[in-house]
Ligand binder design. Structure first.
Ligand SMILES: Nc1ncnc2c1ncn2[C@@H]1O[C@H](COP(=O)(O)OP(=O)(O)OP(=O)(O)O)[C@@H](O)[C@H]1O
Ligand SMILES: [Mg+2]
Length: 325
């Protein structure tokens, strides 16, 4: 968080505000991170992506001073996370993967306590709590104990707690997991506002459309190593080819359609059951669309959409990571 200390050296815009240098973390025999490096310029939204168990939370924990690296180091605004933890904590706001709010207190009380921890005046803590409650659509429930909140409300409150004090650097580990689509999109808008005001955001997410919508650049981690980095469009160009996108008229037929097109490309189709649609990576000039049309027609499956598009981040993810838990 950011009870802004005037003695902090301010970095010029464009300079690195988060820098991880060759960070390795071992848990016994498990190499959770291996020589991971990351440089995030001030004012950027950086998406940290990777399969379950890739090492995302481990890296987030090192950067937020919750975990000491086995080797390597990380700096936040020039402060070393192992030697200057207090200074680092004074400029970051963290919402971890699992909610950390007090169930017996009300939402408002939880936020005001965070404000007082950061030595905001009582009136400032109240004002910021109000602002956060409003922005996260929690005003109505503000004075109820958190134990009466739904999972999504709890998640929002936890996120809200990371915003009190208006941190210079916001670190969010899967901030929108379990939130309904409307709240998720509201939250994206909110994060975009914070970034416009100068906040740097490091966020992990399992929703690749979220990374596509928010992140200036993405760092892809797999099995503890950074395996790719770049803007969403650069990553899409890196894998090349196109995305075959189709939707079936009858939603019950999407699984069968997936089986048919899987035989055409040499990639795994990504199915969206809700939209009865799928996408799959194909070589651009492979004739895949004609083959797909023929295969679906022979099987008597009617489509409402069949097109070639530029690849999605889902496809980048599937192509570049080994996947799996
Ligand atoms: N405290 C711990 N003790 C032992 N192993 C751990 C510990 N914390 C993490 N690990 C292991 O380190 C690896 C990386 O875990 P991490 O939680 O960083 O993954 P993640 O990318 O955040 O995954 P997810 O997407 O599931 O949240 C995993 O193999 C995990 O089992
Ligand atoms: Mg995690």
């Amino acid at each position: 968080m950011a009870a802004q200390n005037p003695s902090f050296e301010s970095l010029a815009s464009g300079d690195a505000i988060i820098e991880a240098r060759n960070v390795s973390v071992n848990f016994g025999d498990v190499h959770a991170l291996i020589d991971a490096s990351l440089t995030v310029p001030e004012g950027q939204v950086r998406g940290l992506l990777g399969p379950n168990g890739a090492g995302k939370t481990t890296l987030v924990n090192v950067i937020s001073t919750l975990l000491s690296p086995t080797s390597g180091t990380a700096l936040v605004n020039g402060f070393d996370v192992t030697k200057q933890g207090k200074q680092v904590r004074s400029i970051i706001g963290l919402a971890g993967q699992y909610a950390a709010v007090d169930n017996l207190l009300t939402g408002r009380e939880n936020l005001e306590i965070v404000g007082s921890l950061y030595q905001l005046s009582r009136s400032e803590a109240k004002a910021q709590a109000n602002d956060v409650l409003e922005r996260l659509s929690l005003t109505e429930a503000a004075d109820r104990p958190v134990k009466t909140y739904s999972g999504g409300m709890r998640r929002r409150l936890d996120l809200g707690a990371s915003l009190v004090g208006r941190p210079k650097v916001l670190i969010l580990d899967e901030p929108t997991t379990g939130l309904d689509p409307r709240i998720r999109i509201e939250l994206w808008d909110f994060l975009k506002d914070l970034v416009t005001e100068g906040t740097t955001v490091l966020l992990t997410t399992q929703y690749l459309e979220e990374a596509d919508a928010l992140a200036d650049e993405i760092t892809l981690i797999d099995s503890g190593r950074v395996i790719a980095e770049g803007t969403p469009s650069a990553l899409k160009e890196k894998i090349g080819g196109s995305s075959l996108v189709l939707a079936t008229r009858n939603s019950a037929e999407i699984a069968e359609a997936a089986r048919l097109v899987a035989a055409i490309g040499n990639a795994e189709p990504v199915i969206d059951e809700d939209k009865a649609s799928l996408s799959m990576h194909v070589d651009s000039d492979s004739g895949a669309i004609v083959q797909a049309a023929q295969a679906l027609d022979s099987a008597g499956i009617a489509v409402s959409e069949l097109a070639l598009q530029s690849p999605s981040l889902d496809e980048v993810f599937l192509r570049l990571t080994k996947g799996g838990n």
